[in-house]
Design a protein around this ligand. Structure first.
Ligand SMILES: Cc1cc2nc3c(=O)[nH]c(=O)nc-3n(C[C@H](O)[C@H](O)[C@H](O)COP(=O)(O)O)c2cc1C
Length: 191
């Protein structure tokens, strides 16, 4: 079977945040060997993503940060992938502990996403924004997360200014609600 890619893609939906993105929705593809930081951000702002809080706990104490670079990687073995900035305090703590949890946020948890992304708030102060618990395996889980995964660090791979971390799933769970979405540089929910 031959897959055909449409030459003219439909325009992006008229979400309010898109007004902040440069250029009309049907801007032609640019060929550039090295995009500017602005071009990179403008294009990637069109990629919708769920919003999670990555947590870790252990001998050095808890840490956590908001992340959208999270995806399913493998069913056998069960793996997920997260990408954390090399300068992230949570990354350093997570690598020391060798474990982490992915807490997928609900659409009404924007305040939690903001708190765990705030560079001026660290350590325990971020966790004051959200009720949390420890699972039997020690994973630090936000009580009202839409879904959660407890992982052991499987591998790390350098990825430019980020580190790609794969995690083997040890425990997981979910509730029934709607996800918080990061799109066009703002928080959104499904219509
Ligand atoms: C919606 C959203 C998504 C984010 N996604 C990521 C991500 O995938 N990886 C990352 O390194 N930082 C991401 N950040 C930024 C971090 O949350 C932020 O830099 C945080 O302060 C890092 O905390 P730490 O240094 O205490 O670990 C995101 C921020 C927001 C608001």
């Amino acid at each position: 079977m031959t897959w055909r890619v449409p030459t003219a893609l439909p325009p992006l939906p008229a979400l309010p945040g898109l007004a902040a993105l440069s250029g009309p929705a049907d801007t032609p593809t640019a060929v550039c060997p090295r995009p500017s930081a602005q071009e990179f951000r403008d294009v990637l702002a069109h990629l919708p993503a769920g919003v999670s809080v990555i947590t870790t706990d252990g001998p050095l104490g808890p840490a956590g940060m908001t992340a959208s670079a999270v995806c399913s990687l493998s069913m056998d073995p069960p793996l997920v992938l997260v990408c954390l900035a090399n300068r992230s305090r949570t990354l350093a703590r997570l690598l020391d502990h060798g474990t982490f949890a992915v807490n997928v946020l609900r659409q009404d948890q924007e305040h939690i996403a903001r708190k765990f992304a705030d560079p001026d708030t660290g350590g325990h102060n971020r966790f004051a924004a959200a009720a949390h618990r420890h699972e039997a395996d020690g994973a630090l889980i936000l009580d009202d997360a839409l879904a959660w995964l407890s992982c052991r660090v499987e591998e790390t791979h350098p990825g430019g200014d980020h580190m790609i971390v794969t995690g083997r799933i040890r425990a997981l769970g979910h509730t029934h609600s709607r996800p918080l979405i990061w799109y066009a540089r703002r928080f959104n929910s499904l219509a």
